[in-house]
Design a protein. Sequence first.
Length: 263
Amino acid sequence: MDKKFKVLISEEEKEYAKLGTDVFDKHGFVPKNCEKNGRRVLEEIEEFEPDIVLMDVFMSGVDGIGVIKKVKSARKEKSPVFVIMSHFASPIIEREAIEAGAAYYLIKPFSTDDLLERITDLIEFCKKQNDYAFVSSGSGDNKLECTVTDMLHQIGVPAHIKGYHYIRDSIIMCVRRPQLINAVTKELYPSVAERYETTPSRVERAIRHAIEVAWDRGDLDVLNSYFGYTIHNGRGKPTNSEFVAMLADRIRLGEDRPVVVPA
């Protein structure tokens, strides 16, 4: 890592210690702790000028989503990458956070290694975009990402696994470039892999795992509503390309909500 990226962590002292700041140091980051208060976070963003802000969604003074909105509205150019933490797996709150401009929504507890991996992924992605802001300020891009996020929550793909992020990027890419669905192995997987500094085969495996988890834990009515009888009965779940293609098609056709027929 050429530059030492500064990480502002808004957390209580005990929780901050659990994150293992020595690990951040070891991996070339410059971490700084800030009390769990939204107003103090805003002050530290101005003083410390962090590249990444890690904060809880629920804070005194101003909550995490409020902090993001204030920073985004005040800074017309670059702003930090925001990572939101919470003890609650709430699709509604996650959607609000992403819509406001958060890059990740992490459910506690999580390991420091997982956090470092997510932050490293973000940095590599943002460096390729020549901007630290993960989510575009354009309302169209935000709306598309929120639509895909909503769909994946409804289907039951957990946000904390790698495949979730690979699927989300894959769907967004296929909405923008429909021809990619006919070149999943040659173009789609390599494009996603390049963003996250990984390999196409790992992207393929992670997406397959995410679909399997969704089929094990998801609501059957919702799954049938999205995928219906287009899935082979013997398999019980779609292939990676079927999953991505069908959801991308629904978004392009404006059918991004499941239609569950009452029994």
